[in-house]
Design a binder for this molecule. Structure first.
Ligand code: SF4
Length: 282
């Protein structure tokens, strides 16, 4: 699809839909400046960006992040209220009957493997860490089912330690933006960390994921309604007609529910519906 030079309507107003000139290869310096500008724009578009898993303490975030493999944050959030009511602490979960635990987490898929991870990590927390989630990456990755991605989510959001979380949305968008060509999440993490100051890492991760869920979708990115289109080398990979693009938006300010049943204060959208509950009104 070809880019047009006219303005497009976006959730934030009108932006120029001009495709950036790509005749000469972009220097590293220019890419870094463009990347930081995208981050600043995303901060304005999503000032309320936040982790989209519901949690009240580090243990709940750790468990929710393990459950989020191969499923949506929404499905995890719909599953964890009953799980945490039954097993509020690592000690409680470590003593769970495996079949009961499997049944509670069944909606998140891969429930046998996830149940083994949860039992293993709860037992390790109980036996090795005094029932507390450790706040260091080298300790977190020793827990069953916990890799760097999970550890970074927990450190960034429950302990305030800066970290980049490379999930499917993050990897897709940063490759579209030509911030990296790497596919391996650890290499992506290292390259993106080198572009931004540490203080930006955690919020950048949330903003990018917010943009991936709402506008820059995997199959049909809504380019014609994208506020950062002028900064995006992939403009035109998706729908560029502003009216058609607008229909592709999954945007809380457009009245759509978010992923969290208990969104943080200041979130401008609707809470997600509980499991089996009626969808939130639009
Ligand atoms: S929606 Fe289109 S223009 Fe916007 S970031 Fe994604 S690919 Fe780029």
């Amino acid at each position: 699809m070809k880019a047009s030079a006219k303005s497009v309507a976006t959730p934030q107003g009108k932006v120029s839909a001009k495709k950036p000139k790509t005749a000469t290869p972009e220097s590293r310096l220019a890419m870094v400046r463009r990347a930081r500008r995208i981050n600043r724009e995303l901060a304005e578009i999503y000032p309320y960006a936040h982790p989209e898993l519901d949690f009240r303490n580090p243990f709940e975030l750790l468990v929710a992040t393990v459950l989020s493999a191969q499923t949506t944050d929404l499905r995890v959030n719909q599953t964890t209220p009953a799980l945490f009511a039954a097993y509020p602490t690592p000690e409680d979960m470590a003593a769970a009957d495996p079949e009961d635990l499997e049944e509670l987490i069944r909606p998140t898929g891969f429930f046998r493997a996830k149940s083994r991870s949860l039992l293993g990590l709860s037992q390790a927390l109980r036996d090795n860490f005094g029932g507390e989630v450790p706040g260091r990456i080298e300790d977190l990755v020793t827990l069953p089912g916990v890799g760097r991605k999970t550890a970074n989510v927990v450190l960034g959001n429950a302990f305030g330690v800066p970290g980049i979380t490379v999930d499917t949305h993050f990897g897709r968008l940063v490759r579209r933006w030509k911030w990296t060509e790497q596919e391996d999440p650890e290499k992506v993490e290292a390259e993106i960390c080198a572009i931004f100051p540490k203080s930006e890492w955690t919020m950048l991760s949330h903003r990018v994921v917010f943009h991936g869920r709402r506008i820059c979708h995997a199959r049909k990115p809504a380019c014609g309604a994208c506020p950062i289109a002028p900064l995006c080398p992939a403009y035109g990979e998706g729908e560029i007609d502003p009216e058609k693009a607008k229909k592709l938006l999954k945007y809380e300010k457009g009245g759509q529910p978010g992923q969290r049943l208990s969104p943080p204060p200041g979130y401008p959208g609707l809470p997600a519906p509980p499991l089996g509950g009626a969808p939130a009104p639009s």
